[in-house]
Design a protein around this ligand. Structure first.
Ligand code: ADP
Length: 286
């Protein structure tokens, strides 16, 4: 028997065909829109992943360096304690002998700066666990500025602070003071004789924003990527640990630190961290 074929004819009017084509074109537009949105989201997630990978790499590097540095610090601290002890004993024997006393004082100063270096290496490499407490951030910044007074007097430079009268929050006051001190010291150093440092501190909704800018030469864009790395320094007597400690402290407060140059030329460090009002309640989500 021959197979039979059935053909159904669609008797569509012109209006119906136009309607179908319009719906098709609208569906295609919607598909394109969702494709664009998806593409943007994929790009954002890729950037986030690259950022997290960079952070992870940095942590791994620091952990390896930390193990080595902690061992080294211990080995250095022991003989250092001995040198200090003997230098102090020698001092007692040298009463009245000015020239020799000056030499011993230089030895003691050397020991102190080595000890400070060891403390910095440990601060940079140890896992940083902040001890959160209620504190006034404005006061913490004020204390850091007071600590650089001798440097300011020597260089006849000035620090001006622009902030509210107080800014109560939860954070680790000792760590934050150390971070601010490092930033301000660097700024005073860079600004040089008669230079100026500007600190701007504010709360913007759920974040604390802080800027430390100076009238120094600014930062060469070629080194911007490296200045937060441990032991990176351009100074003859620098250790290159200051900014890596600042980075760790701000990270421990779930914050970020960026550097750029102010329009007037000097360096401009921008800090941003969540405004926390208790140890448990983080108000930092955007
Ligand atoms: P150190 O002060 O011992 O060099 P840091 O980690 O504090 O170590 O700083 C690293 C480098 O970053 C400095 O040697 C300097 O080149 C650069 N730097 C830091 N702060 C400033 C600033 N305010 N202006 C210009 N350069 C800066």
């Amino acid at each position: 028997m021959e197979p039979t074929t059935t053909t159904t004819k669609l008797n569509l009017t012109q209006d119906e065909i136009v309607g179908i084509l319009e719906s098709y074109s609208q569906a295609a537009d919607r598909l394109k829109e969702s494709h664009d949105v998806l593409q943007l989201e994929v790009r954002r997630l890729r950037e986030e992943l690259a950022n997290k990978n960079r952070q992870l790499e940095r942590r791994k590097r620091l952990a390896a360096l930390g193990e080595m540095a902690a061992g080294l610090a211990h080995e250095i601290r022991n003989p250092l304690g001995g040198i200090q002890l003997y230098a102090n004993l020698l001092k007692k024997d040298l009463t009245g002998q000015l020239e020799q006393l000056q030499i011993v004082d230089k030895i003691i100063m050397g020991v102190r700066s080595l000890d400070a270096l060891v403390t910095d290496v440990l601060a940079m490499t140890h896992t940083v666990e902040p001890k959160f407490a209620a504190m006034d951030l404005v006061q913490v910044v004020g204390t850091a500025v007071e600590l650089v007074q001798p440097q300011l007097a020597e260089k006849q430079s000035q620090v001006s602070i622009h902030s509210p009268a107080s800014l109560e929050m939860f954070g680790d006051p000792n760590m934050l003071q150390r971070a601010f001190l490092n930033l301000i010291r660097n700024a005073v150093d860079a600004a040089g004789q008669g230079g100026q440092v500007f600190i701007d501190l504010n709360r913007k909704q759920k974040f604390i924003l802080m800027q430390v800018a100076d009238t120094g030469p600014g930062i060469d864009p070629e080194i911007t990527d490296r200045i937060f790395n441990p032991f990176f320094t351009t100074k003859d007597t620098g250790t290159g640990l200051g900014l890596s400690i600042v980075h760790r402290i701000i990270e421990a407060h779930d914050g970020t630190i960026k550097v750029g140059n102010a329009p007037a030329g000097g360096a401009n460090f921008t800090l941003k961290f969540p405004y926390k009002v208790s140890t448990v309640q983080s108000q930092g989500s955007e």
